[in-house]
Design a protein around this ligand. Sequence first.
Ligand code: AMP
Ligand code: GLY
Length: 427
Amino acid sequence: MGKRVLVIGQGGREHALIWKLKQSPGIDKLYAAPGNPGIAALAECIDIKAEQVEQLLLWAKQNDIDFTVVGPEIPLMEGIVDQFAAAGLRIFGPSAAAAQLEGSKIFAKNLFKKYRIPTARFEVFNDLKEARAYAYELMQKGKPVVIKADGLAAGKGVVIANAWQEADQALKSMMEDKSFGAAGERVIIEEFLSGEEVSFFAVSDGKDFVPLIAAQDHKQVFDDDKGPNTGGMGSYVKPPVFTGALEAEVIEKIIKPVIAAMQAEGCSYKGVLYAGLMITDEGPKVLEFNARFGDPETQVVMPMIKGDLLPILEASVDGELKNCQAEIEAGNCVCVVLASGGYPGSYDKGQTIEGLENLADDTIVFHAGTSLNDGKLYTNGGRVLAVVCRGADIKAARDKVYSEIEKVKFAGMHYRTDIAGKALRRG
Ligand code: AMP
Ligand code: GLY
């Protein structure tokens, strides 16, 4: 009999996971909690939020769910994997202890240091005066300084200070005014790394792993990486900066040692390893690890995985990845996010979305922030849709995405026009 699979989350990332799992022959029935209108076309949506771990567990037990996939980080930190596993349910993702790799930057940085995994030099502070003195000293070298709140801060806990005043203000805001609550009681001050950023994805079962693929996110809201940071405005796979030799180096110097380190520390890591890397002149260095798939990287990673995703996720849970492989499609894939007017600041909701019916059959649209009312689709979030196209190479995929986007409209819609631009410039 086919399996009953639950995916937790409601964004474009989860839509992409469900789109991929929908193609798994072993799955009989797909559920999403809470899902979104795009997901609802592929899976039955259950009205329980991703953070409501107890309700999710109860529902999964009552509904004979065979396998659960967790999209966002919050339920992982809350221990959803531990709770499901204790109840005898199979669930893909790290335990709460292992998810500290994302949840506590200090845990992660200390691990990198102890196991000699390449990362930016850093110091940890819980005293404002000492933190200020160290930041001041670092800035005398004429380089920016990077200040990070220890805990989760919804992507806003990192400040790159170019001037002393900015550094001073960031430290006071985190440590004195507690602008991120407890997440900012301890801070990391680290050296600034320059280079190109790459997101590399692998799946681990605690001891072995399967490499997936590398992608590049575009965090700033405007072209040429200008403007404030967002959840991610677009992505593409196989960034040219990430050569085969670099991938091999990242696997040897970063992925394998992190898996071994987590095992040695007594918190074996099962789930997705999302390495946020900076490709510096001195080689690849880790900026951070995330304990989940990336958003919007997943929207381009899923269409590039050949064959069935489910056996890889199951082998991670069962500790059987040793003989597993993920085959990657030829060509490329580009994703452009369509955002609401004003995003990442305050934005309108409820604008009518038009034109999706005119898109080519092979264009994929993942929903991030939409609502459905009387059969009509409306905007319902900052990031609204991700339009995704494949192509023989980056240029073909990108040209196709941008010509498809011209068919889609909603009031206030904006998007970056230079997704994958760095790749084409490298040429
Ligand atoms: P993190 O959450 O640690 O990945 O930081 C968020 C973003 O801040 C990263 O994606 C980088 O763009 C930037 N960043 C973090 N640490 C550094 C660093 N040491 N040097 C330069 N940029 C950094
Ligand atoms: N792409 C950024 C993130 O998922 O955190």
